[in-house]
Design a protein around this ligand. Structure first.
Ligand code: SF4
Length: 367
């Protein structure tokens, strides 16, 4: 069982086998200009992605749904999701961004007003500053608690789900509060909302997630089938990406400040964090020259792969230089830290500019 509120999943292969997630693998060859996260196998799995490929190829309607739970500061691992949304926006997708304030309330005890503030000044601000155009007509950003269509849909869908099923999927017990039990149904409705009549009817929909969110995807796909007669839903598609390792070598988490680079960090802070991140280097310089480093076990290399180095060629050259011991961690970290600092110098300006726009996004009527 995967618990979407607390899982740290590392064995991706076992997971794909156990839950029937298909490899993303060769699909990237069918995509015109695939995202670098696809190119670099960070997006490793999918369900029913073929129908998304078809929509992109034919230029027909499709949607992407990616929720945000406003529960803390955004870190660089979260940037991956926004990068994917930007890519899908360029491919013509309708973008749906539910803000999970109901889930934040039921699972984390965060009140609605705090969620709204956090959503605007942290999440929406960062999304805009990273380059996602939230003002476009086909972008729908909403608070779960304020979207009436969503609430109605969740209620209708919950008629065909019972407690035993929720317990089997999420491990709920007799002491789980009802709001927490109901929260996944709201998420199911988030994913199916783009296919309702108000949002233009049935269409392929993709949800890019980390594998810890797969229970929601499986439940949604099952429920979509159960309501096929009423809504003619298409089963939603999904993609799965690997999590970023924290700078300390374990999971990157907002609750462990040393493990993460936060999008609100200053350029100086990020430079320092990269320089002191855990690397795949050896005990001594002599040993490293002789044996080479281990880029697969290096959080600095990971930062380059996920975010900093756009060139495949340069990445490969660095991997080689690392493995054959011709570059040392000191020099390598200095380069990566300077790239990160440059990114944040520009990004912190963009964040300031984005705040004003961010305040208006939730004023629009949700669909
Ligand atoms: Fe990591 Fe660079 Fe050191 Fe290799 S040389 S282990 S990539 S920091």
């Amino acid at each position: 069982m995967i618990d979407p509120w607390s899982s740290a999943i590392i064995d991706y292969e076992k997971l794909t086998k156990q839950f029937g997630i298909k490899p993303f693998g060769n699909l990237k060859e069918e995509i015109n200009n695939p995202h670098h996260l696809m190119q670099r196998n960070i997006i490793f799995g999918q369900r029913d992605y073929g129908r998304i490929l078809k929509s992109m190829r034919e230029g027909s309607d499709f949607a992407v749904v990616s929720g945000m739970m406003p529960s803390g500061k955004m870190h660089i691992g979260h940037k991956m999701i926004v990068d994917q949304l930007i890519w899908y926006q360029k491919k013509g997708a309708d973008i749906y961004i539910p803000i999970a304030d109901m889930e934040a309330y039921s699972a984390r005890g965060i009140d609605f007003e705090a969620s709204r503030e956090l959503a605007i000044y942290e999440y929406i601000t960062n999304y805009i500053a990273l380059g996602l155009d939230l003002e476009k007509e086909n972008v729908n950003v909403y608070l779960q608690s304020e979207n009436r269509n969503l609430g109605d849909l969740a209620y209708i869908l919950s008629k065909k789900v019972n407690f035993n099923e929720m317990r089997a999927i999420y491990g709920f017990s007799g002491s789980t509060n009802i709001a927490h039990m109901y929260a996944p149904l709201i998420q199911v409705a988030d994913i199916l909302l783009p296919q309702t009549e108000e949002c233009g009817g049935p269409k392929p929909t993709v949800v890019p997630v980390g594998p810890d969110q797969d229970p929601h995807i499986r439940l949604t796909r099952d429920i979509a089938e159960r309501f096929k007669g009423k809504f003619n839903f298409m089963s939603p598609s999904s993609t799965y990406h690997r999590f970023m390792t924290g700078l300390t070598g374990d999971k990157m988490s907002s609750s462990k400040p040393k493990s993460a680079i936060f999008l609100s960090d200053s350029p100086k802070e990020v430079e320092k964090k990269v320089k002191s991140a855990k690397s795949g280097g050896r005990e001594s310089l002599e040993e490293q020259r002789k044996l080479g480093g281990v880029p697969e076990d290096c959080t600095v290399f990971e930062l380059l792969v996920y975010h900093l180095e756009p060139s495949e060629k340069k990445l490969e050259e660095l991997r080689e230089s690392c493995k054959n011991g011709s570059i040392m961690c000191g020099e390598c970290k200095k380069n990566a830290a300077s790239m990160m600092k440059n990114f944040f110098e520009e990004f912190s300006h963009k964040r300031e500019e984005a705040k004003e726009k961010a305040q208006k996004i939730l004023d629009r009527e949700p669909k």
